[in-house]
Every structure is written in C-alpha cells, then in structure tokens.
Design a protein around this ligand. Structure first.
Ligand code: HEC
Length: 179
C-alpha cells in the first residue's frame, strides 16, 4: 500500500513537472493570429459555460425590456461593444478576427443564453480572451440594458425596429436571414 501511494505521488509530481517544463521552455503556442483548433474551442467554451453556471447568480433582469431601455441598450452596445462584436449597421467588426478566440458577431448571431448569463459575461469578462470586464466602466443598469438588447435582438418590438432602421439605415435582425 505504501509503495502504491508513493507511486501515485511520484507520477503526479512528474506530470506537474512536465507541464511546468512545457510552459517554461516555451512550448506553449501563444500567437493570436491563428484560428483555434475545434477541440480547443469546444473544450474552452464548455469550461466557460460550466463556470458561468456555477458562479453567476441566477437572477432575473431588473430592467424591463421597454422600448426606451432597448434603445438605450442599442446606444450602449454601439459605443462599447460594436468595435469587436459588429455594429448595428451590420458591417463586420474591424477587430473581431484579430482575437484568440475571435469575438463572435453578436448582431447576426446573438447569444441564446439566459440574461443572467449574458449579464455575468459582460460584468466579469472572460479571462485569457479579448473580452474585457465592464464592471468598472458601465453601471449595473447599463449592463442589464445591453443584456436585454442581446436577448431580444431578433424579436424587438415594432417601435424599436423602426428606431433601428432610422438610426442605422438597415433593418433589425429577425433571425430569418440565411436560414
Ligand atoms: C476588445 C474587444 C471586445 C469588446 C470591446 C467587447 N468584447 Fe465581448 N468578447 C470579446 C471576445 C474576444 C470574446 C470571445 C471570448 C470567448 O470566446 O470566450 C467575447 C465574448 C463575448 C460574449 C460571449 C459570447 C458567447 O459566445 O457566448 C458576450 C455575451 C460578449 N462578449 C458581450 C460583450 C458586450 C455586451 C460588450 C460591450 C459592453 C463586449 N462584449 C465588448 C471581445 C470584446
């Protein structure tokens, strides 16, 4: 039994040392100008989702999705998020492909996660990616307004769709395009 436990400890130590050596000797790839392999993308996304599920408070959006709040969300999104995630005029984001992992286009492909999940992503950011934490920059209310916009992106009330069209010169997404 004693030998077995010693064997386990030595094996674990060897694995840790190999991992440290791999990192310290420069074998970890760090460039951001390549696309992540599919397995890495899937593994990382599953880990992020599981972490959100565990850490994010499962709370209801305190901001009701009124026309005014959704329009405020559009302005906030356009000013703070469009650079990386694509603007409401539907032009692709200038920086989206420059990140590792790339920043998804949230206008053509809005998140289908619950609002508390989207809010938590905005508030805390995503470690080791280009997604910043916004809690020092935006108020709680404003983050909820953006989460609300993202969750209602493809089912906006008619008045907000009109506002979108007049402000950004293109129709609001309906989720039907390209399907
Ligand atoms: C500097 C670039 C940058 C800015 C600005 C930025 N993001 Fe991100 N964001 C990213 C990147 C890169 C990712 C991908 C992270 C990942 O794959 O885990 C991301 C991921 C996300 C996700 C998760 C998407 C998913 O697939 O579930 C959401 C939601 C999000 N951002 C919302 C926002 C909002 C809202 C704003 C504005 C308040 C914003 N981001 C501003 C770079 C940015």
């Amino acid at each position: 039994m004693g030998k077995f436990i010693l064997g386990v400890i030595v094996t674990v130590l060897v694995i840790i040392l190999c991992g440290l050596g791999f990192a310290m000797l420069g074998y970890f790839p760090t460039p951001a100008n390549v696309a992540p392999p599919r397995w890495e993308h899937r593994l990382a996304n599953t880990a992020v989702d599981a972490s959100m599920e565990r850490h994010a408070p499962h709370i209801t959006n305190p901001i009701p999705p009124t026309d005014q709040n959704l329009e405020d969300g559009m302005k906030l999104y356009s000013m703070n998020c469009a650079l990386c995630h694509g603007d409401l005029d539907r032009k692709p984001a200038s920086l989206s492909k420059s990140f590792y992992p790339p920043a998804p286009n949230l206008v053509s492909d809005p998140p289908d996660d619950p609002e508390w999940h989207v809010f938590y992503t905005i508030r805390t950011g995503v470690r080791y990616t280009g997604m910043p934490s916004w809690e020092k920059t935006l108020s709680e209310q404003d983050m909820w307004k953006i989460a609300s916009l993202l969750s209602h992106m493809e089912k906006l009330p008619p008045a907000v769709q009109d506002y979108w069209k007049t402000t950004f010169g293109v129709a609001a997404p309906t989720g039907e395009e390209g399907k």
